[in-house]
Design a protein around this ligand. Structure first.
Ligand code: HQG
Length: 179
């Protein structure tokens, strides 16, 4: 694994799931002091510095992280299992959104709908290619089409994260179609 990929995974782990593993304190909206991240890296014997963090934030394939304009703070844009209020704007989704998964989850998904599982939200994408890539993390991908505009019209909230991922709390089976 390249150094940047390793650093990106470590940041994901600390910022989304286990800040205590790096002795980091996370504010209610998910922000952490870069200074504290640097201390956590040093404590692990990592030589990564501020420039390495900035490069990983800038080059992350999915724009997973963001830094405050003054560079003092860093957070993951979504995907947390720790409680954070990310405050992404509520928005009206397009007619269809997509979710990539795998065959072994389909029976459960078609029975109870898409659930956030370990995260705060169900993650949906605007394009098939992204959904395919998300599904293929677990095996042969299966893509579900979500009737997002219809679900929105029924009163369910959607949020649009800073990197274009649509977030919602539940997608009932009646709004899902396997492609
Ligand atoms: C499945 C990565 C059984 C769901 C990706 C998924 C994404 C159910 C898994 C982001 C279910 C949860 C999120 C139900 C959903 N019964 N299984 N009722 N409802 N599932 O990782 O969407 O690289 O929490 O289909 O690229 O796979 O981390 O969600 O397979 O954008 O930035 O339960 O994570 O981005 O898995 O991935 P996850 P996800 P990062």
């Amino acid at each position: 694994m390249s150094g940047d990929r390793h650093l990106s995974k470590l940041l994901s782990f600390w910022l989304r799931h286990k800040p205590e593993a790096g002795k980091l304190s996370v504010d209610p909206t998910g922000w952490v002091e870069v200074e504290d991240v640097l201390a956590a890296l040093a404590a692990q014997g990592s030589a990564a510095g501020r420039g390495d963090i900035e490069r990983v934030v800038a080059q992350s394939d999915k724009n997973r992280f963001e830094q405050s304009p003054d560079g003092r703070l860093i957070r993951a844009r979504q995907g947390h299992s720790i409680p954070v209020d990310l405050d992404w704007p509520v928005a009206e989704p397009p007619e269809f959104l997509f979710h990539g998964t795998v065959d072994r989850f389909l029976d459960a998904i078609m029975a109870e709908g898409l659930r956030p599982m370990g995260r705060h939200h169900v993650h949906l994408s605007v394009d098939l290619a992204t959904a395919n890539a998300v599904g293929s993390r677990r095996g042969r991908p299966v893509v579900l089409q979500v009737a997002a505009a219809r679900l929105f019209a029924s009163g369910q909230a959607f949020r649009l994260s800073g990197n274009g991922v649509w977030l919602t709390e539940h997608v009932p089976p009646g709004y899902l179609a396997r492609l």
